[in-house]
Design a protein around this ligand. Structure first.
Ligand SMILES: [Zn+2]
Length: 307
């Protein structure tokens, strides 16, 4: 092939990629491993919304919306703006990983505002947080479909659409067996850890799990079970999380961190980012890159950053 032909082909390829993935936001395209098939439900969009310190992840497939955590109180306006920009009027299912304010501070306003039908959590409560106590009361009386299996634990699976579900890895009795009393008292360690499946695409949501919980999961699950395309990094990229062999087994291509004010929280920790890069992951965080979006058809996927 002559150089001229090579340039012509490369130009055509770039144009095609540009058309397919839109302009401006396009970042890198992860090639699909052989044998993967697209999911029947079309496109799934997963966005780590930039809500400062905290977690708020939006899952959108067709007209169906779900959230994993809903951010802290100070970010209520920001969260509503993010959802408005994405034409979200209703969120059918909400998953609360654990009852810390930076994950569920907005929940009592969120439930009526977005006409939520189902709420899922780990059944825990944070006695020091009024909102948590209130949410516990609401859920324990069976509201928001909680009586029909809202309390999640390892082994459960929540269907979100065709070929689209969350597989619950934690909490479970295996934690009680491997963690100390002090480690179990830290509610970061007993939060929901869930693997999202969409066709062949997978993403792991770790909440704020710290090293002891990660170690227990790495021991309990096989590399095939833990392996994921994308990882929502645990605990805002803190120095207490993302240790080997857990991350080595997950082996994500992308590691996405939701974090805010560096002066206050020192997230993400540079050594933690280094460990994630060492296992081959491209690491982005919401403070530097704004909202982080994963778009997938269940076969191929693409990660976009806002800036
Ligand atoms: Zn947190």
């Amino acid at each position: 092939m002559t150089m001229k032909k090579i340039f012509k082909w490369a130009g055509a390829l770039l144009l095609l990629l540009g058309l397919f993935f839109g302009s401006g936001l396009a970042d890198e395209i992860a090639p699909s491993p052989q044998g993967r098939a697209a999911a029947p439900g079309g496109q799934l969009t997963i966005t780590l919304l930039d809500v400062g310190h905290g977690d708020a992840v939006l899952l959108q497939q067709g007209s169906k919306n779900a959230m994993i955590d809903v951010g802290d109180r100070f970010a209520w306006q920001t969260l509503q703006e993010h959802l408005k920009r994405r034409q979200v009027q209703r969120v059918e299912k909400v998953f609360i990983t654990h009852h810390h304010s930076d994950h569920m501070g907005n929940i009592l306003d969120f439930l009526p505002r977005y006409k939520v039908s189902r709420v899922f959590d780990n059944g825990g409560v944070n006695e020091r947080l009024e909102k948590s106590v209130k949410l516990r009361q609401i859920l324990d009386r069976g509201d928001y479909g909680y009586a029909k299996g809202g309390r999640l634990e390892a082994g459960r699976r929540v269907e979100l659409g065709p070929g689209y579900y969350l597989e619950v890895f934690s909490p479970g009795s295996f934690l009680t067996a491997s963690l100390s009393k002090k480690e179990l008292k830290n509610i970061n360690n007993t939060g929901l850890v869930m693997k999202l499946h969409y066709g062949d695409f997978t993403m792991l949501f770790t909440g704020d799990a710290e090293a002891p919980a990660e170690a227990a999961l790495a021991q309990r699950l096989s590399p095939e079970e833990l392996r994921c395309d994308v990882l929502k990094v645990a605990h805002h990229g803190s120095r207490n999380s993302s240790y080997y062999p857990f991350i080595a087994k997950v082996k994500p291509r992308y590691a996405l961190i939701s974090c805010g004010d560096f002066q206050k929280y020192h997230h993400p920790n540079q050594k933690t980012v280094g460990r994630l890069q060492h296992i081959g992951a491209t690491v982005y965080n919401t403070r530097e890159h704004g909202c982080l979006t994963v778009v997938t058809d269940g076969k191929n996927y693409q990660v976009r950053k806002e800036r």
